[in-house]
Design a protein around this ligand. Structure first.
Ligand code: SAH
Length: 206
C-alpha cells in the first residue's frame, strides 16, 4: 500500500481496503485462470495498480463520466480506476471470456457498484462513452478505428472526450499513423520508480 499512498495520499480507508484486497484476490484467481504473470503478482501494486492509476494523474474524471476499458484482460487499468473514481461508470470489455470471468469475480468480491464486465470484441460494441482507456492492447490506429463509433460527442470533463492509452516502448510510428495532434506524456513526470521510465500515457481527442 505504501507506493499507492505515496502518490495518492488522499484515498479513503474504503479505497485502501479495496486496493489491499486485490493482492489476495488476484493471487487466488490467477492460480485457476492465468491473467497476470507470476512475477507480476509479486509486483501487483507497482506494475498493475499504480500503473493503472497514472490515468488519475492525467485526468480527474467528473462524476457520471462514462469510461470504457478496452481489452481489460484481468481488469487493468479498469479495476484500480473504478476503485479510485467511485462516481464514474466503468465498462470493462475483453474478447476472452475466461478473463472476463475473473474480472466479474473481482467486481463482485469488492462490491464495485460502478463497474460491469462484458465479454465482447470492441468492434461489436454499440454503447458510447466519454473516454476509452486501454493498456497494451493494440496499435493506436487500430484502437481508434475499432472504437470511433463508441465515443460520445460533447464533453463532461476538462478535456474533450477521446482515448487515453497506457503504452510502452517506441511510439513514433503509431503516433504518426493517427495523423492528428496526439498528447504523449512520460510517466516519469509523476512516478520516480525505474519501472515507469519507458512508460507513457497517450491522449487522443475525438
Ligand atoms: N489491459 C490488460 C490486458 C492486456 S492483453 C493489461 O494491461 O493487463 C490485451 C487484451 O486485449 C487481451 O486480453 C485480449 O483478449 C484483448 N483484446 C485484443 N483485441 C481485442 C478486441 N478487438 N476487443 C476486445 N478485446 C481485445
Amino acid at each position: 500500500m505504501d507506493l499507492i499512498l505515496k502518490y495518492f495520499p488522499e484515498i479513503s480507508q474504503d479505497q485502501i481496503d479495496c486496493f489491499t484486497r486485490l493482492k489476495d484476490l488476484y493471487s487466488n484467481w490467477n492460480k485457476k485462470i492465468n491473467v497476470i504473470s507470476r512475477n507480476d503478482i509479486e509486483n501487483l501494486e507497482e506494475r498493475h495498480i499504480l500503473h493503472s492509476l497514472a490515468v488519475a494523474r492525467f485526468i480527474q474524471f467528473r462524476p457520471e463520466t462514462q469510461v470504457l476499458d478496452l481489452g481489460t484482460g484481468g481488469g487493468f487499468p479498469g479495476i484500480p480506476l473504478a476503485i479510485y473514481f467511485p462516481d464514474s461508470r466503468f465498462v470493462l470489455v475483453d474478447s476472452t471470456g475466461k478473463k472476463i470471468k475473473v474480472v466479474e469475480e473481482i467486481i463482485r468480491a469488492l462490491s464495485l457498484k460502478n463497474t460491469i464486465a462484458r465479454h465482447s470484441r470492441a468492434e461489436y460494441l454499440s454503447e458510447q462513452f466519454d473516454f476509452i482507456l486501454s493498456r497494451a492492447v493494440a496499435p493506436l490506429k487500430k484502437i481508434e478505428k475499432w472504437t470511433r463509433k463508441n465515443i460520445l460527442s460533447g464533453s463532461l470533463n476538462d478535456i474533450p472526450n477521446g482515448w487515453i492509452c497506457l503504452k510502452g516502448g517506441e511510439l513514433e510510428k503509431e503516433v504518426e499513423q493517427i495523423g492528428e495532434p496526439v498528447t504523449v506524456i512520460p510517466l516519469s513526470r509523476w512516478y520516480e520508480e525505474p519501472f515507469f521510465s519507458t512508460k507513457k500515457i497517450v491522449y487522443i481527442k475525438k
